[in-house]
Design a protein around this ligand. Sequence first.
Ligand code: BTN
Length: 244
Amino acid sequence: LGKDIVHYTTLPSTQTKANQLAQEGCSHGTVVIADKQETGRGRMNRKWYSNNDAGIWLSIVLRPKVVPNQAPQFTLLVAIAIAELIEEELELTPSLKWPNDVLINHKKVAGILTEMQGEQDQINYMVVGIGLNVNHQQDMFESEIQQLASSFKIEAGKTFSKIELIQSLLQRLEQAYQDYFINGFSSVKNKWERYGYLINQEVTYTNANQKKQGIIKGIQSDGALLIETKMKQIEPIYSAEINW
Ligand code: BTN
């Protein structure tokens, strides 16, 4: 990963650019980085505030031989790599809120957006977007997310070198990616559960437009979140918003 890195000072979104490069046939592992994004996007069509150079905003083009169902596993794989990076560099233990949030002290410091293109039997490419709030001060976050967001700097009390973090992150991702194809998802599952947020706690979640309650039990071997319902049944959830 990262043999081909394209760097821009400003882009609308590295995600959009990476999708475009992928369609034009760029190689596996191409990384698109922008200092600032004018229209960064998050999951569920949300805005991702990134019109500043305090964070790391990058997207990676992957061309794994997998079926579309496996794509969510890559989000979890990337989340773990970010969690390990934080643990080592900040000496703090982060939590992973399924499917794509990385939290420190209950506040979001990173998000992952996985998009893909392809057929039922094999994906053509995948674009994994990573946003890390690195050197933000609290007042740099928009009022909407002021209470929910934090940064490495706020949590660790020091400024970080973005370039060093990027290098370390890409190495970790490369390793995690290789491990996935050697060992499968099972090793990912155990690691994820080590950082899993709200495990064994009761949460409210929205699934297929319905608000439900249940207890988070962990993840299934395919990456689905396991929730124990009121009827004491364990249900795999493939897409939901978790609240608490
Ligand atoms: C989320 O938490 O909803 C996902 C946030 C993903 C943000 C990153 S920043 C780099 C890449 N480009 C984008 O426009 N979004 C992703």
